[in-house]
Design a protein around this ligand. Structure first.
Ligand SMILES: Nc1ncnc2c1ncn2[C@@H]1O[C@H](COP(=O)(O)OP(=O)(O)O)[C@@H](O)[C@H]1O
Ligand SMILES: [Mg+2]
Length: 247
């Protein structure tokens, strides 16, 4: 099977280029250590671990927003990829234009981009939002529009950093339903999502990657990750993490 992304023995140090360090910190921070991971077509990979474990850093690395200081990240040629964040960044324009802009940036003429954007919004049941100002939408609506924007690009790799973490339960459900619809409509697409929601991990993932202090300690099919005996034998600290999260 064709590998979409191959991360080999990758380490990331934030601040090594003088940027990215949070204010007040004067030393470099190693956020990922010797990570190896291959992403294949059609996988649904959940990235789990405590706060600060390196989930966001890993997703940003895979998306190409960060560079390795050791190791390598190799992507399939001309890979179409999109990334969503916990809080979507909405532009100061209508929802229709916000979605169209993604297509225009990839080279579509504006009129065509606008038409396709409206088609996708309509198809996803978000047509009524098209004329609204993107920044005035609720958090759940914004996240669904962000998914529609990514959907319009037909990504082979979709990366999501805790896409439902800041939403109320109802909006969480709506966003998750839309993600499930994306997965069903794009069986070949690879979806990688960081999540603190173990129910969501069980519902959506085929594979679970566990990070702890920047290291990848477990990488298992979802059934094995949630099998206490298997997990305890394979990775005691992931087992501990899971027990803590379930308390
Ligand atoms: N811009 C930054 N400057 C310095 N340290 C950072 C920065 N971003 C993240 N970190 C640190 O890197 C580690 C991993 O962070 P992150 O990938 O955001 O973890 P997670 O998403 O699992 O909560 C943490 O220790 C965090 O404090
Ligand atoms: Mg994070």
């Amino acid at each position: 099977m064709n590998t979409l992304v191959r991360v080999a023995d990758a380490s990331v140090v934030l601040g090594a280029d003088g940027r990215g360090l949070r204010g007040g910190q004067d030393k470099y921070v190693r956020t990922l250590s010797h990570i190896s991971l291959c992403l294949l077509p059609g996988e649904r990979v959940a990235v789990v671990g405590s706060n600060g474990a390196g989930k966001s850093t890993l997703l940003r690395l895979v998306h190409g927003l960060l560079e390795v200081c050791e190791g390598s990240v190799v992507r399939a040629p001309a890979l179409r990829q999109a990334m969503l964040f916990q809080r979507p960044h909405m532009l100061r324009m209508s929802v229709g234009s916000h979605v169209a802009l993604g297509l225009w940036l990839r080279g579509k003429p504006w009129a065509l981009a606008k038409r396709q954007a409206l088609d996708v919004l309509e198809q996803l049941g978000l047509g009524s939002l098209a004329p609204r100002k993107a920044q005035t939408l609720s958090g759940g609506q914004q996240q669904r529009v962000a998914i529609a924007r990514a959907w319009a690009l037909e990504p082979q790799l979709l990366l999501l950093d805790e896409p439902t973490a800041s939403l109320d339960p109802y909006a969480k459900g709506e966003v998750e339903n839309l993600l499930q619809a994306f997965c069903q409509a794009h069986a070949e697409a690879t979806v990688v999502f960081a999540s603190h929601n173990l129910g969501q991990v069980k519902r959506m993932a085929t594979r679970v990657v566990y990070l702890e202090r920047g290291r990848l300690l477990a990488d298992l099919p979802v059934e094995q990750f949630f099998d206490p005996l298997v997990l305890q034998a394979h990775c005691p600290s992931a087992h501990h993490f899971l027990k803590g999260e379930l308390l």
